[in-house]
Design a protein around this ligand. Structure first.
Ligand SMILES: Nc1ncnc2c1ncn2[C@@H]1O[C@H](COP(=O)(O)OP(=O)(O)OP(=O)(O)O)[C@@H](O)[C@H]1O
Ligand SMILES: [Mg+2]
Length: 242
């Protein structure tokens, strides 16, 4: 049975897709079979970010119609990771079809990561089973943190809670800004902190270079988060070292 992660955010552009890929790479380096599912209908991006955009013929809308295997693409650059691309048009993911597809996917992968669009899509969130873990990504800015809290509130109506991933973390900028420490962000979002990803040029350039250095700071952050999510005893990093 797979572990399922749903990556969400209130505000757009905070790094959900980048985080989803980083987490997928980390789990694949732990020898897990990983499936990434791009849920951003009409605005898909994971295929391009992973360099398989030219291969895509079938997408999630085809997977929902029945045989899902045709819509699963192996990502050559990152062995162990497969992708289902989002439909090119909107309105093609129904809650009912989505719920029917899920058990088929659960059988085949150790880890499934759904990269949701920004905002609150309660019907689709509800289609995921209650063991799925929601990871809400926020950057250290007031709007992003408030919107993360809004996602959590919407999720709580379905009996689920999210955990917080802080992305684009830069200790110097944080100290100069409105949040002087991580605790402020945790308090204001009302979420449990699951991981911190540094602001980094390597991640900003990922969709061009498609590289994550094993010993680079971003990859170390993704490995730490994946290990924590996998139940290993790993603390949060020391902030100065992120
Ligand atoms: N930790 C980081 N350091 C530097 N740049 C980053 C980091 N994370 C993401 N980015 C950059 O921020 C931009 C937005 O990232 P991304 O597309 O992953 O966000 P998103 O939340 O998925 O956006 P959307 O809401 O449109 O789906 C991209 O240009 C990406 O390269
Ligand atoms: Mg995205």
């Amino acid at each position: 049975m797979s572990r399922v992660f749903a990556v969400t955010s209130g505000k757009g552009g905070v790094g959900k897709s980048t985080f989803s890929i980083g987490l997928a790479v980390a789990f694949s380096r732990m020898k897990k079979r990983v499936l990434l599912v791009d849920m951003d209908e009409g605005l898909r991006c994971l295929d391009l970010m992973l360099g398989v955009d030219k291969d895509i013929v079938f997408d999630l809308s085809d997977a929902l119609k029945g045989e899902y295997e045709n819509a699963v693409y192996k990502v050559e650059k990152f062995p162990g990771i497969s992708l289902i691309a989002a439909p090119g048009k909107t309105g093609l993911i129904s809650e009912e079809d989505f719920s029917e597809l899920l058990p088929k996917l659960y059988k085949k992968y150790d880890i499934i990561i759904f990269d949701f669009p920004a905002g609150i899509d309660v019907p689709l969130y509800s289609a995921l089973d209650e063991k799925s873990k929601f990871l809400t990504v926020a950057v250290p800015e007031p709007v992003s943190v408030r919107d993360a809290a809004a996602v959590n509130e919407a999720l709580s109506l379905t009996g689920r809670t999210a955990e917080l991933i802080i992305n684009k973390f830069d200790v110097k900028k944080m100290r100069k800004g409105i949040y002087h420490n991580i605790d402020d962000m945790i308090d204001l979002s009302g979420l449990k902190l699951s991981g911190i990803v540094p602001e980094s040029d390597e991640l900003a350039l990922f969709s061009i270079k498609r590289k994550l250095r094993k010993r680079g700071k971003p990859m170390k952050a993704f490995m730490r988060i994946a290990e924590r999510l996998d139940g290993k005893k790993k603390g949060l990093p020391k902030f100065k070292k992120i």
